[in-house]
Design a protein around this ligand. Structure first.
Ligand code: ADP
Ligand code: ASP
Ligand code: MG
Length: 405
């Protein structure tokens, strides 16, 4: 009998009808002889709804309270799914993160898993009962409920698969049937990849492809958990996220990613002397603002501009923090630009083949799109462009690298 983790995302459990269908799927796998451990997300839109209420009741909701609130979304779908399985005449039991011993650090809203005991899960499996675990949550060593970052049910699934030494971790989705060469809602002729390396998937997820949470991919790579992304209701083969092989290296670029969730801050007229960057980014880090790309212009008459990007949700805080520094460091001003987007190309083939950057810049220039910032790593190149041209840029790059159907 194989032990398998099934994870159903928010769209797959979006209403009661879908929950009944998922219950049938779980029962079918159980009848075929698998030990299924189920992990669920909150019903589609539920986490956003809870977040919105929190922000209506308080302008800066306390993070501990927020985590308790948000964790309830997954508890609703887990208990409903367990009831649906029971009403079909099978044994199921729902669990919260705490009940299955998911112990995390105390960083509310983005907690990291420290250890998993999973005793009650093992007991349920031994007794032939199907466990349904509320994803996205754990318990801190202080005993407070924590959540694992947006999209965090994915890491619950991967971490449980690893702790239980499951044969597979299947991430079921309703709106896409696998991992595509680009977001299919932006690029209509995007193609499903039959497999992708952990490293490429991690870059794609970190660069903003919503299909898998980046921490879950990091975890899977570290512990060698194979992830299969499959359609919940269709029959497709899906995408296997696994170790890199030679075939993957043959392809220069595997995916194009669009991230419209970035903003750019520019500190204008900064004195060009040692210690200034350390001062700015030290303060920014202290405030917990996440910095992505940084550029510093060539200085003229001892003054320079420093620009950097942050997630839109951190932009106002970043602006406030840097504004406070302006007079202290002798800079002129700080500007915030929220109309930017980051487009990136990813491929392990870039390690052994050259020319990807030149091809990327040429494709953007052909569309008359100005590049505002550039950053590269071994297997990715990102460009910041005006958000007006974001979709055009993604489609042009998808064509240039021959990724279409
Ligand atoms: P779930 O509800 O199952 O957690 P998500 O909404 O988190 O599903 O993830 C699927 C979404 O990710 C899709 O709506 C799709 O538009 C988006 N997406 C972005 N980039 C990609 C990609 N490269 N491949 C597949 N889907 C992508
Ligand atoms: N419900 C959470 C979110 O919307 C976690 C998840 O869906 O994986 O981010
Ligand atoms: Mg998701």
């Amino acid at each position: 009998m194989a032990l398998v983790v099934h994870k159903y995302g928010g769209t797959s459990v979006g209403n009661l009808e879908k929950i009944r269908e998922v219950a049938k799927k779980v029962v079918t796998a159980h009848n075929a002889g698998d030990h299924v451990v189920v992990v669920v997300s909150a019903m589609a839109g539920e986490t956003d709804r809870l977040l919105k209420m929190a922000h209506q009741i308080s302008s800066e909701p306390d993070q501990r309270e927020l985590d308790l609130l948000l964790s309830s979304g997954e508890r609703i779908s887990a208990s409903l799914l367990a009831m649906a399985i029971q009403s079909m005449g099978y044994r199921a039991i729902s669990f919260t993160g705490r009940q299955v011993g998911i112990i995390t650090d105390s960083f509310h809203f983005r907690a990291r898993i420290r250890k998993i005991t999973a005793d009650r899960l093992k007991e349920a499996i031994e007794n032939g009962i199907t466990p349904v675990v509320a994803g996205f949550q754990g318990i801190s060593e202080m005993g407070d409920v924590t959540t694992l970052g947006r999209g965090g049910s994915d890491i619950t699934a991967v971490a449980l698969a690893s702790a239980l030494k499951a044969e597979r971790c299947i991430i079921y989705k309703d709106d896409v049937d696998g991992v595509y060469t680009a977001d299919p809602s932006v690029v209509p002729d995007a193609r499903r990849l039959s497999k992708i390396s952990y490293e490429e998937m991690l870059e794609m997820a970190s660069l903003g492809a919503k299909v898998l949470q980046s921490r879950s991919v990091e975890f899977a790579a570290k512990f060698g958990v194979p992830i299969l992304v499959k359609p919940t209701f269709g029959k497709g083969e899906g995408t296997l996220v696994t170790m890199e092989d030679e075939e993957m290296e043959e392809v220069l670029v595997s995916g194009i990613i669009l991230d419209k969730n970035q903003a750019k801050l520019t500190v204008v007229g900064v004195p060009d002397r040692p210690g200034i960057a350390a001062e700015i980014f030290g303060k920014i880090a202290e405030e917990g603002v996440n910095v992505d790309m940084i550029i510093q212009n060539v200085s003229e008459r001892g003054l320079t501009d420093i620009s950097f990007t942050v997630p839109k949700s951190d932009a106002k805080r970043g602006l406030r923090t840097t504004k406070k520094l302006v007079s202290k460091i002798g800079a002129h001003d700080v500007k915030l630009d929220e109309n930017i987007a980051k487009v990136s190309i990813v491929g392990v083939g870039m390690r052994s083949h050259s020319g990807a950057a030149a091809k990327m810049f040429a494709a953007l220039s052909k569309e008359n799109i100005n590049i505002i910032m550039i950053s590269t790593s071994e297997i990715k190149i990102s460009c910041v462009v005006d958000s007006k041209y974001a979709e055009i840029a993604v489609r042009a790059l998808h064509n240039t690298f021959n990724l279409g159907k």
